[in-house]
Design a protein around this ligand. Sequence first.
Ligand SMILES: Nc1ncnc2c1ncn2[C@@H]1O[C@H](COP(=O)(O)OP(=O)(O)OP(=O)(O)O)[C@@H](O)[C@H]1O
Ligand SMILES: [Mg+2]
Length: 371
Amino acid sequence: MASLDLVSIQKSFGPVKILHDVSISLIDGEFLVLVGPSGCGKSTLMNIIAGLEEPSGGLLKLDGRDITQVAPAARDISMVFQSYALYPNMTVAQNIQFPLEMRKVDKSVRAERVQSVAKLLQIEHLLERKPRQLSGGQRQRVAIGRALAREPKLYLFDEPLSNLDAQLRLDMRTEIKKLHQRLKSTIVYVTHDQIEAMTLATRIAVMKSGVVQQLGTPHEVYNQPANIFVAGFMGSPRMNLAKAQVVEQGGVMALEFQNGSAQKVTLPLAEQFNYLKRYAGQEVIAGIRPETINLPTSHLEHNDLQRGFTAMIEVTEPTGADTLALLNFGGYEFTATLGPDVILGVGKELQFTVDITKLVCFDVKSETLIS
Ligand SMILES: Nc1ncnc2c1ncn2[C@@H]1O[C@H](COP(=O)(O)OP(=O)(O)OP(=O)(O)O)[C@@H](O)[C@H]1O
Ligand SMILES: [Mg+2]
């Protein structure tokens, strides 16, 4: 268990700046998830924390101690790499216990740890095999097991579940969450999987081109995205984003959506949006999550923060759990996540509702959240 401070971490490869002033402080027991598009610098940052890459600038502190110049082996950090490497000549059991052997942990304790992580990762039957006799997913579990067998100050996981099939991935996600709850260890975890990020993290750092765009709890990042990039990146299907005119209507602010010659959709807002007054007469970018658009039900109609509108249905996609509908919303294409078993006629106009409490607005120029 440990606190971790990244202070203005920078990294360049030759003339190319990969990380720009990354500053993140984690308290003991935090589970930080790093997300961002491919190539944004996530693995580079992980390698810097592990000591495998040297930062071009900035400091790293583990439990308050400057470890920027400390050798990787002396950092007391366990890492599972995106491209994990197992020792090919060792069996699975030997691979898992090797880091413990290096640290002169007692043989009986080592054997016990191997058994317990093997059980956790469902690889007990593979312990005597060599890595070449394993599938990709099995190798990945061994690599995770090797990291878990030690009890370091800090765990680093770089997309540890990416080679697993869907079911095992879900099981492992739950196991990692349980493990974190039990050990209260400090973890930095990279994933491409939105749900993994939302469910595991105590805080999420969303990165783009080596710059942290937002650092916040999953709830903050999802509900109050700092900018349009974060809004579009977190959540699947993506948040609907569309330009709207801010007007004042009967004492409350309202948004008018009209793209081209199509029909105008007006959404009267509520008191909580009075901060939009300074944008009256101007355009903003409104963000509406697909799941906040629904079919009207008598229950929702009585809620005064639901607004009705009419839209044309362009496409419907049943996913099993939900039905995704592509709607023409004031000339924009909006996705709505409707319930399962919803059957809608394509090309028809229908009444929908939107929960305005979840609506957010961004400045057109700076693309940052207006609040
Ligand atoms: N040793 C290196 N030399 C030169 N460029 C590098 C090196 N390592 C990484 N890069 C570059 O740095 C950028 C960030 O790479 P990094 O591996 O950190 O991305 P990532 O966010 O982990 O991406 P992914 O999601 O695809 O794993 C990329 O443009 C990559 O090509
Ligand atoms: Mg990577």
